[in-house]
Ligand binder design. Structure first.
Ligand code: SF4
Length: 755
C-alpha cells in the first residue's frame, strides 16, 4: 500500500474540533477551502480569523511530492537536516528528465543512460530517508499522485506548478519551490498568504464533444493568466458533482494557467468511485464518515456572492468545446469561432502535430474518448493528415489502455506512443522538423502553450484543447475543421462525419499494471548510502554553512550595487543553467549575472576591489572568498521577485556574500535568505542607497544585540577616507535570528537532532 492510511485518519480526526474552532473565529458559514486550510494550521485550532489576501499563516501540509528536476536541491538540502527520515510522507517522481524522440522504449533507455547519476542519487536518497520513489517510466508526478496519494480534505505541497491537479480529489495541493519542500520534510511549518477565494458554480451536464477540459479553457478565458493570482478556486454545484474525478483533476491542473494558488472540488460520489477503483476503498470509507467537512457549507453554495471574493457561473449543458491559444492559454475560442480566428489572425492553418496525454489529460476517460474518435478514423478510412503522439500519464493508465486496445487503435491511426513522462510538454521533445524557421501549428491536450515551450521553436503556434478535439483535428490536419459541424473526405473519396466521442470514466475490467514503477524505501535507511559521484558536474553534496562568528561583521566588499529590476531570474538564471541545479558550486557561476551594475549599467561586469579590474560577478565573489573576505550585495525595490527558486539565496551564501541590502524585498526571497543564514536588510531611508560607492568597504554593526524590530547599522568606509553611517531595518523574528546565528535553519534542525 503506497498511501498512508494512519496519516489520513489523523487528519480526519482533527477535522471536527478544528472546524468547530474555525467556525467560532470566522463567525459565518465556511467554504470548503476554509475548512481545509483551518484544519491544517500549524498551531492546531484557529484562534483568529485570517484576512484573505493579507495574513501570512503557518500550515502543516500532510504530504510532499517532488519531480526529478526540482527534487535534487530540495533533497540535497534535506540531507543537511540530519533527520533519519522525512517528517511527512513524501515521494519523488522521475518524469521531467525524459526526452521524447523516437518512442517510449527507446526514449526511456536513453534517459536512463543520460541521467543515470541523477536517477541513482534520487533513488538512493529516497531509499535512505523513507521517501517513495517512482522510477523513470512510472509516470508523471500529478497523475501518479492522483492515482495513489491524493485524498479529500488533505493538504499537499509539490515542487511543480501543476501540483493543484490533486484538487480533483478534493485536496488543497500547492506548487512550491524546493526550499519549501525541504522545510516541510525537515519538520518545519510552511507559510502561505491566506488566499482570496474564487467560487465557480457549475450547472448542467457535459455532453457530446464537450469535456472537463473545456471548463478550464473557458475559465482561463474569463479570468486570464493573472486572474487567479493569490486565490484558491473552489468548484461547486450539480455540474461539479457530475464530472468524473479525473475530469476534476484536469480542471484543477490547469488552474495554474490562471495563476491560482490552487483549485479544489468537494468530496462526492465521483471521487469515492475513483478512490475505490484505484484500490483506496478504505480512504473512501473514512471520507464518508467526515463528508460534511469535505465540502463547503450549504449556505455558502446557496449564496456564493456573500462568501467568495468573486463568483463565476458556467452552464455545462451549453458549454462549447474550446481551443485556446496560440502562445497563451487564456486566449479562449469556442470551436464555432475558432476557424474564423485562425484565418483573421493569419495563424498557420495546417495542423502539423497533434499531441494528447500529459499530466493534464491522460486519464482512462480521456484516452477512451480520444480512442473512440481514432477508431472512427480507422473504420471510416480516414488517413490522419497530421503527426500524432500519445503521452500516457502513468504506467497504470498505459498498461490498462493497452490491455483494452486503445493504444493499438491510436497506432493504427498513425500515432506514436511516447514514454510515460513529461517529454514534449516541457520542451523535452526532439521534434523532427524540415524547417524550424517556418511558422507552424501544433495542438496539444497539455496545459501550457507559451512560445517555445513544447519544441523550443518560437515559430511554433501551440494551441490547447481536449484530447478528443486534438484527435479529431489531427485527423483533419486543419485548424479550421470543426468536428461538430464539418465533414471529411476519406481515402475512397467519400464524405464522412466523425460522431461524438464515447468514453468510460473507469475501466470496466478495472485498472491493471504489471510493474507500476514504485520503489518503496528501506525499512531502516541508516545503512543506505546516498550515491553521488564526486566527479559529477550535476550533483554535489552540500556542506553546512558556517555559523555566525558572534561579532559585528566588518570589512565586507561591495560585490554589486544592482540597479532596477532584480528578479530571481537575474540572480540565478534558468535555461542552460538548470542542468546544474543539483550542483551548488557549478550553478553559482550564474550568480547575479543578469543584474545591472549601477556604476556602469552593464550586466555581469563589476569592479574587483582587490585589483581594480572589472570582471564577472561570480568570479569577483570567488576572488573575495578566496582571500577570506566577505561581500555584500546592494539592490533596488522588490529584490528577488519572481519564481521562488532557492538557488537565488543559496548561491550568494555559497560565494561568501554575507548580506543583501535593498530598498525592498519580495517576501519569499527574503524568507529564503533568512533560511540560508544570510542577512536580508532594507534601507531605513531609501536615499541611503545613493551613498553607496563602488569602492566601499562595509561594516554591519549591532549584531550582538540582534533583536526583532530593532534596526542594525551600516558603516560605509569610502576609499577617500570618509565614511557614512545609517540604520537599516530587518524583519527577523526570534526564530529567524536563531537561524542566522546557527548559519541556517537546517543547522538548527540538525543540532536539535543531535541533541
Ligand atoms: S506533463 Fe507538462 S505540465 Fe505536467 S508535470 Fe510534466 S511538464 Fe509539467
Amino acid at each position: 500500500m503506497a498511501f498512508d492510511l494512519d496519516m489520513i485518519k489523523k487528519v480526519y480526526d482533527n477535522y471536527g474540533p478544528r472546524i468547530a474552532a474555525a467556525r467560532k473565529v470566522v463567525g459565518k458559514p465556511l467554504t470548503l477551502t476554509e475548512k481545509i486550510l483551518y484544519s491544517h494550521l500549524w498551531d492546531g485550532n484557529a484562534t483568529e480569523a485570517h484576512e484573505r489576501g493579507v495574513t501570512y499563516v503557518d500550515f502543516a501540509p500532510d504530504r510532499v511530492a517532488m519531480q526529478d528536476a526540482t527534487a535534487q536541491m530540495a533533497l540535497l538540502q534535506f540531507m543537511q537536516a540530519g533527520r533519519p527520515t522525512v517528517a511527512v510522507p513524501s515521494t519523488v517522481h522521475c518524469d521531467h528528465l525524459i526526452q521524447a524522440k523516437i518512442g517510449a522504449i527507446e526514449d526511456l533507455a536513453t534517459a536512463n543512460t543520460q541521467n543515470k547519476e541523477v536517477f541513482d542519487f534520487l533513488a538512493s536518497v529516497s531509499d535512505k530517508y523513507g521517501i517513495g520513489f517512482w522510477k523513470p517510466g512510472a509516470g508523471i508526478i500529478h497523475q501518479v499522485v492522483l492515482e495513489n496519494y491524493a485524498f479529500p480534505g488533505g493538504m499537499m505541497i509539490g515542487t511543480d506548478s501543476h501540483t493543484p491537479n490533486a484538487g480533483g480529489l478534493g485536496m488543497i495541493a500547492i506548487g512550491v519551490g524546493g526550499a519549501d519542500a525541504c522545510d516541510v520534510m525537515a519538520g518545519l511549518a510552511w507559510e502561505l498568504k491566506f488566499p482570496k477565494l474564487i467560487g465557480v458554480k457549475l450547472t448542467g451536464k457535459l455532453s457530446g464533444w464537450t469535456s472537463a477540459k473545456d471548463v478550464i479553457l473557458k475559465v482561463a478565458g474569463i479570468l486570464t493568466v493573472k486572474g487567479g493570482t493569490g486565490a484558491i478556486v473552489e468548484y461547486f454545484g450539480e455540474g461539479a458533482r457530475s464530472l468524473s474525478a479525473t475530469g476534476k483533476g484536469t480542471i484543477c491542473n490547469m488552474g495554474a494557467e490562471i495563476g491560482a494558488t490552487t483549485s479544489v472540488f468537494g468530496y462526492d460520489e465521483k471521487i469515492a468511485t475513483y478512490l475505490k477503483g484505484t484500490e483506496r476503498e478504505e480512504i473512501a470509507k473514512l471520507a464518508d464518515q467526515v463528508k460534511e467537512h469535505l465540502t463547503g457549507d450549504e449556505e455558502v453554495y446557496s449564496n456564493p456572492d456573500k462568501y467568495f471574493d468573486q463568483v463565476i457561473e458556467i452552464d455545462l449543458s451549453t458549454l462549447e468545446p474550446h481551443v485556446n491559444g496560440p502562445f497563451t492559454p487564456d486566449m479562449a475560442w469556442p470551436i464555432s469561432k475558432f476557424a474564423a480566428a485562425v484565418k483573421e489572425n493569419g495563424w498557420p492553418q495546417t495542423l502539423e502535430v497533434g499531441l494528447i496525454g500529459s499530466c493534464t489529460n491522460s486519464s482512462y476517460e480521456d484516452i477512451s474518448r480520444a480512442a473512440s474518435v481514432a477508431e472512427q478514423a480507422v473504420n471510416k478510412k480516414l488517413v490522419a493528415k497530421a503527426e500524432f503522439t500519445i503521452t500516457p500519464g502513468s504506467e497504470l493508465v498505459r498498461y490498462t489502455v493497452e490491455r483494452d486496445g486503445y493504444l493499438d487503435t491510436f497506432e493504427k491511426m498513425g500515432g506514436v506512443v511516447l514514454a510515460n513522462a513529461c517529454g514534449p510538454c516541457i520542451g523535452q521533445w526532439a521534434r523532427h522538423s524540415d524547417d524550424p524557421t517556418r511558422k507552424n501549428s501544433i495542438l496539444t491536450s497539455f496545459n501550457r502553450n507559451f512560445k517555445s515551450r513544447n519544441d523550443g521553436n518560437p515559430n511554433t503556434h501551440a494551441f490547447v484543447a481536449s484530447p478528443e478535439i486534438v484527435t479529431a483535428m489531427t485527423i483533419a490536419g486543419d485548424l479550421s475543421f470543426n468536428p461538430l459541424t464539418d465533414t471529411l473526405i476519406n481515402s475512397d473519396g467519400v464524405q464522412v462525419r466523425l460522431e461524438e466521442p464515447q468514453g468510460l470514466e473507469m475501466p470496466i475490467k478495472g485498472y491493471e499494471v504489471e510493474d507500476a514503477g514504485f520503489q518503496a524505501p528501506a525499512k531502516d535507511g541508516t545503512k543506505v548510502n546516498v550515491i553521488v559521484d564526486p566527479n559529477s558536474s550535476r550533483l554535489q553534496l552540500l556542506d553546512p554553512f558556517k555559523a555566525w562568528e558572534g561579532t559585528d561583521i566588518k570589512g565586507l566588499k561591495l560585490l554589486i550595487k544592482a540597479k532596477g529590476k532584480c528578479t530571481t531570474d537575474h540572480i540565478s538564471m534558468a535555461g542552460p543553467w538548470l542542468k546544474f541545479r543539483g550542483h551548488l558550486d557549478n550553478i553559482s557561476n550564474n550568480m547575479l549575472i543578469g543584474a545591472t551594475n549601477f556604476f556602469n549599467d552593464k550586466a555581469d561586469t563589476v569592479k574587483n576591489q582587490l585589483n581594480g579590474e572589472y570582471g564577472a560577478v561570480p568570479a569577483t565573489a570567488r576572488a573575495y572568498k578566496a582571500q577570506g573576505i566577505g561581500s555584500i550585495v546592494v539592490g533596488d525595490e522588490n529584490y528577488g521577485e519572481g519564481s521562488s527558486r532557492e538557488h537565488a539565496a543559496m548561491e550568494p551564501r555559497h560565494l561568501g556574500v554575507r548580506a543583501i541590502l535593498v530598498k525592498s524585498f519580495a517576501r519569499i526571497h527574503e524568507t529564503n535568505l533568512k533560511k540560508q543564514g544570510m542577512l536580508g536588510l532594507t534601507f531605513a531611508d531609501n536615499n541611503d542607497y545613493d551613498k553607496i560607492r563602488e569602492d566601499d568597504t562595509i561594516d554591519i554593526t549591532g549584531l550582538n544585540d540582534f533583536t526583532p524590530g530593532k534596526p542594525l547599522s551600516i558603516v560605509l568606509h569610502h576609499i577617500d577616507g570618509t565614511s557614512d553611517t545609517f540604520n537599516v531595518n530587518h524583519t527577523y523574528n526570534q526564530q529567524q535570528i536563531e537561524w542566522f546565528k546557527a548559519g541556517g535553519a537546517l543547522n538548527i534542525i540538525r543540532m536539535n537532532q543531535n541533541g
